[in-house]
Design a protein around this ligand. Structure first.
Ligand SMILES: *Cc1c(COP(=O)(O)O)cnc(C)c1O
Length: 360
């Protein structure tokens, strides 16, 4: 068996120990004689898996008791609609910060349900920094303020948690949740698709403060209504059981590693290694403002874009995969999620230096 160094932006690498564990339990989970995939979500075995996953996540993120944790489907994209539907009446206004590709997608979807006011945007400068909080214009009576703390495609990350006063702060944390400790109490709602840093695709996590439940507009589909999900312990319908189980294994892996502070230190080191190599060279460049460089998604360009194809081909030959930048940005992107090891980053940097020497 050969496993590659996988820098995919998502679905992304999973910890090898988690995959091994899942393999060892695949046909017979804990003496039940069946796979987790084959068991009822109402069975004692699965209820135990589900509640243990929630408890471990609560411990990892130190989630306060007045927040619900929901294990849903529909992806972060589903939440682009769920957020306005759960928090607004149709005439209300919500403020959005436009910091990149995913912010824009959230804005386009929200416009179907609420008045959207753009509090700040970095679009004019190509989404290479986070708009400074000093320049935000949040409308009075905003139902909420929506941010994207890590823009997966632009590789742009917030270096602050904004203060939005009475308006609940809503954050799409799809690509950086669990990469470092996070003060959940600063947020009204945190949501994330699982396939970057949590587990396999098909699971969507929502962490929502209790007082924000029960306000959904009356035409909200039951499947998008957080209160419906909360009242049913995320089992209003059949949940994505296997993805939930795997997420639980990832949470336990993080706990065994020492929790999110330990994970953050590893991630900081990985990012420092790669950005350091980019900055030390005149051949590679990062387009992102230094203060907003993401630890999770690192876009970079080659001095001559005509070499991109050759770079990717040679990288692939060394087992360094999924380095092509998003079509909207071009160049390269290395995603360094939790499961990507320092060894993988070191292998990438060694290759980058070799490639540069070839073309010096
Ligand atoms: C991947 C991603 C999404 C889309 O997630 P889906 O689960 O595919 O809907 C949304 N926002 C961010 C920040 C992402 O990284």
């Amino acid at each position: 068996m050969t496993r590659v160094y996988n820098f995919s932006a998502g679905p992304a690498a999973l910890p090898e120990a988690v995959l091994e564990r899942a393999r060892s339990e695949l046909l017979d989970y804990a003496g039940t004689g069946m796979s987790v995939m084959e068991m009822s979500h109402r069975s004692a075995a699965f209820i135990d898996i589900a509640s243990r996953a929630e408890a471990d996540l609560r411990e990892l993120l130190a989630i306060p008791d007045d927040y619900k944790v929901l294990f849903l489907q529909g992806g972060a994209t589903g939440q682009f609609a769920a957020v306005p539907m759960n928090l607004c009446e149709s005439g209300d206004t919500a403020s959005y910060v436009n910091s990149g590709y995913w912010s824009k997608k959230a804005i386009v979807e929200a416009r179907r349900y609420v008045q959207v006011s753009i509090a700040a945007s970095s679009e004019a400068t190509g989404f290479t920094h986070v708009p400074s909080e000093r320049d935000w214009e949040v409308v009075a009576n905003a139902s909420y303020v929506h941010v994207t703390p890590n823009e997966t495609i632009g590789g742009v990350a917030y270096d602050f948690v904004p203060d939005t006063g009475a308006a609940p702060l809503v954050a799409d944390y799809s690509s950086s949740i669990l990469s470092a400790p996070l003060d959940v109490s600063r947020f009204g709602v945190i949501y994330a698709g699982a396939q970057k840093n949590i587990g396999p695709a098909g699971l969507t996590l929502v962490i929502v403060r209790d007082d924000l439940l029960g306000r959904a507009r009356s035409d909200t589909p039951a499947m998008l209504d957080w209160k419906v999900a909360a009242d049913a312990d995320s089992m209003y319908n059949t949940p994505p059981t296997f993805a939930w189980y795997l997420a639980g294994l990832v949470f336990r892996w993080l706990k065994d590693l020492g929790g999110l502070a330990a994970m953050a230190e590893i991630n900081r080191q990985k990012a420092t290694t790669l950005y350091g190599a980019i900055d030390a060279s005149n051949f590679y460049a990062s387009p992102v403002a230094e203060a907003n460089r993401s630890w999770m998604n690192v876009p970079f360009t080659l001095a001559d874009p005509a070499l991109d194809g050759d770079f990717l081909k040679q990288a692939e030959a060394r087992g360094l995969t999924n380095l092509k930048g998003h079509r909207s940005v071009g160049g390269m992107r290395a995603s360094l999620y939790n499961a990507v090891t320092q060894e993988a980053v070191d292998a990438l940097v060694t290759f980058m230096q070799d490639f540069e020497r070839q073309h010096a």
